[in-house]
Design a protein around this ligand. Structure first.
Ligand code: SF4
Length: 718
């Protein structure tokens, strides 16, 4: 359809004009509030209190959301918000990975707070347009788009009935619609969701940037927790941000010299070391498919196994050889020399409404290759990219889609569900056509796809109530916690990673802590205290990226030579110092490594208390499905029999030769579940929480966040 025709149907609901002013040391010092129920648009000040306690990014998002909702607010209530916040460092171009945005909302999957980080140009352009956060509340009556023009100083809400909903089409339409000419397309960034986002609970947000080499809008995803579902529930079709004039010091930093120095250092390191180390510039995060397989960590057939003989068909070399264009600087924000944002060009689709189209597929990232590949028994690179494309354009999370499909396939193969229940879908491991049908049904909101799109937590209850399935078994094999589907690592042999997943605020996503190599491979954290220290430090350190607007990948995906002699090499001290120098250079503050962690601790504890306020966030919610900790079934035990038998002898003091298989599974389970409880005790103690997982008043005082509204929540649980 012609752009002019679409535009002619737009109805302006509200226009808001604001003064343009320069950013001051990383902050615009105001946030944009939009209410779609009554078309309110307002500017709100950023206070010193907000900066001191919450820094920015995810911190600002949580603070805004706390003030917007009530303890009984549900994800689809009008008062729930979507907050997009870039953070004070976001938008610098000197250091790789400095363009991230954090998105915060109440999740339809977990009914508590979710945060998700995303690349693309939306966040930097929001900041350059004059806003430290955009807060969207209320519900529009009909589909609308929001347009923020950072050069004109206007914000508009327009009804937009004719545009597409699927991300890859709408991203292009809105880019073309709001660019003043072809060259101006680089100045347009768009947020979209997709048709499956409105029919499932696993919706994501696509954040675009215009790829000037490919001349196409690229899609980066805020994938986790169903924020795209909230977006469509509010009847938002898209958010467009236009900003022309990006330069190297948009943030008006306090002192650019430490930022330049850190940037020069790391660009040189990446240039010298990336080809020998992670090969991010060649393949992106999918470089680890074969590494995970080699260490028995690649989730296979719903996390039953950790490797497969056919992994070679979906490893990084296969993707590079057959699908990915090389030597293209694929950064998702200016200045990212790590360039991991890979894409398959001219990919021909073999199913669905876009069958036969040549499309651009953003990816695959490792999580997608594992979740939509090995975990559903699909060792087929084309099928992974096909699912990758449809997840993105339909606006659903590849991780949740992969993990819930793996659960369904195991249920199908074990006879818990059948063809009658699935409406004819033969959901056996490796059946790509069934996986394709499932995702297209999700897009249309039809058939079994509508049920699957509710996520594992709700499906477990449904299968038990309606089809007589054993709820205990479903709880063991359904890889979700807090309602969020697990991301794609096997944690059975790493107690620390079981905690890295289970003891998170948002649910089992690895962006808080990824400790498998430290724990399982390098044995650097042998005691409970060691593991608890790691489960304190790393989640806090990694939280900090989301406060500032950093991408975490350049932190440890290139290991500097100085690490060989570092005291704590896992922390990458040289790179940590880079981040401190950059933060201080931008803001003019003078934090050190200790204050960096305390900045995160304030926000992390605030988020924990926020979850408690919403009726979650206690020890009972940190329990994990047993498959994340050990072998549920006989087949799983037998696949690693030698290892498990050895552990019975060495760790538990039992003689496996005199035990039945059932006894061995039961004793292993008793031991491993007890280990997780002991780890939980140790972590809560280290974090300054009660044994029920509640931050103590002393901890809040120590952090300077003993605010009346927080004390009111925690006192009910002490
Ligand atoms: S490392 Fe990758 S995800 Fe991170 S900013 Fe660079 S291109 Fe984007």
């Amino acid at each position: 359809m012609q752009i002019e025709k679409m535009l002619s149907e737009h109805k302006l609901l509200k226009e808001f004009k604001y003064d343009l002013k320069p950013i001051e040391k990383g902050y615009s010092n105001r946030t944009l509030y939009i209410n779609l129920s009554d078309n309110t648009i307002e500017s709100k000040p950023v206070t010193q209190f907000m900066k001191d306690k919450f820094v920015g990014g995810k911190g600002f998002g949580l603070y805004k959301l706390w003030n917007a909702v009530k303890p009984d607010t549900k994800w689809d209530d009008p008062e729930n918000e979507i907050i997009m916040a870039p953070g004070p460092v976001c938008g610098i171009t000197q250091y790789p990975g400095s363009g991230k945005t954090l998105v915060v909302s109440i999740s339809p999957l977990t009914d508590q707070v979710i945060d998700s980080n995303v690349g693309g140009y939306v966040g930097p352009f929001i900041k350059f347009s004059g806003w430290d956060a955009v807060e969207i509340q209320g519900k529009a009556e009909r589909d609308v788009i929001v347009i923020i023009d950072g050069n004109d100083g206007t914000v508009r809400i327009e009804e937009a009935p004719l545009e597409a909903i699927d991300g890859h089409v709408l991203g292009e339409q809105l880019t073309e619609m709001y660019a003043k000419d072809e060259d101006d397309r680089r100045n347009i960034a768009v947020v979209t969701a997709g048709t499956a986002a409105e029919n499932t609970l696993i919706g994501l947000l696509n954040f675009t940037f215009f790829d000037t080499r490919r001349k196409k809008a690229r899609l980066k995803q805020a994938g986790r927790g169903g924020i795209g579902t909230v977006f469509r529930n509010k009847n938002v079709k898209g958010v467009v941000v236009r900003f022309a004039g990006t330069n190297g010091n948009m943030n008006n930093v306090d002192d650019i010299s430490p930022i330049n120095a850190a940037g020069i250092r790391i660009h040189k390191q990446i240039d010298k070391l990336d080809d020998q180390q992670c090969r991010m510039r060649q393949i992106g995060t999918a470089n680890i498919v074969e590494v995970m397989d080699a260490y028995d960590l690649l989730p296979t057939h719903n996390y039953q196994y950790g490797s497969h003989k056919d992994t070679v068909k979906i490893n990084s070399h296969t993707f590079i050889k057959n699908y990915l264009k090389q030597n293209t600087p694929d950064g998702c924000w200016y200045g990212c020399s790590l360039s991991c944002a890979k894409a398959a060009d001219d990919f021909v689709l073999e199913s669905g409404p876009y069958k036969g189209d040549k499309v651009l597929v953003d990816g695959p990232e490792y999580e997608t290759a594992a979740g939509c590949g090995s975990n559903i028994g699909l060792f087929d690179a084309h099928a992974i990219l096909e699912l990758n494309f449809y997840c993105d354009t339909y606006g659903i999370d590849t991780i949740s889609f992969g993990t819930l499909t793996a659960f369904l396939m195991e249920c199908y193969e074990r006879g818990i569900i059948n063809k009658e229940i699935t409406g004819g879908l033969e959901l056996t491991f490796g059946n790509k056509w069934a996986a394709y049908d499932l995702i297209h049904q999700m897009s249309r909101g039809e058939g079994f796809g509508k049920i699957a799109g509710q996520g594992i937590k709700r499906m477990k209850v449904l299968f038990a109530e309606q089809y007589g399935a054993d709820i205990n078994f479903l709880n063991d094999i359904g890889m979700e916690q807090k309602g969020l589907e697990y991301s794609e690592y096997m944690s059975k042999e790493s107690l620390a990673q079981q905690g890295g997943y289970g003891l998170t605020n948002k649910g089992p996503q690895h962006d808080e802590a990824w400790l498998i190599f430290m724990d399982m491979v390098n044995n650097q954290i042998p005691t409970f205290e060691d593991k608890a220290e790691a489960l304190h430090y790393f989640p806090m350190f990694r939280t900090w990226f989301g406060l500032c607007g950093f991408c975490k990948l350049p932190w440890n995906d290139t290991t500097p030579e100085s690490n060989a002699t570092a005291d704590e090499p896992a922390k990458m001290p040289e790179h940590v110092q880079n981040y401190i120098n950059i933060f201080n250079g931008v803001t003019g503050l003078n934090i050190d490594g200790t204050e960096l962690i305390r900045q995160s601790e304030r926000v992390y504890n605030f988020q924990r208390i926020f979850n408690i306020r919403l009726g979650k966030g206690l020890r009972v919610h940190d329990a994990t499905p047993y498959r994340s900790a050990g072998p549920v079934t006989k087949e799983e035990y037998l696949s690693r029999e030698e290892r498990y038998d050895g552990q019975l002898v060495e760790l538990i003091g039992l003689d496996p030769t005199s035990m039945s298989l059932e006894e061995k599974i039961a004793e292993t389970r008793k031991y491993r579940e007890n280990q997780y409880e002991m780890l939980t005790d140790a972590v809560y103690k280290r974090r300054g929480w009660t044994m029920n997982g509640v931050p103590t008043i002393e901890k809040l005082k120590d952090l300077g966040i003993d605010l009346p509204e927080l004390l009111e929540v925690v006192k009910k649980h002490l």
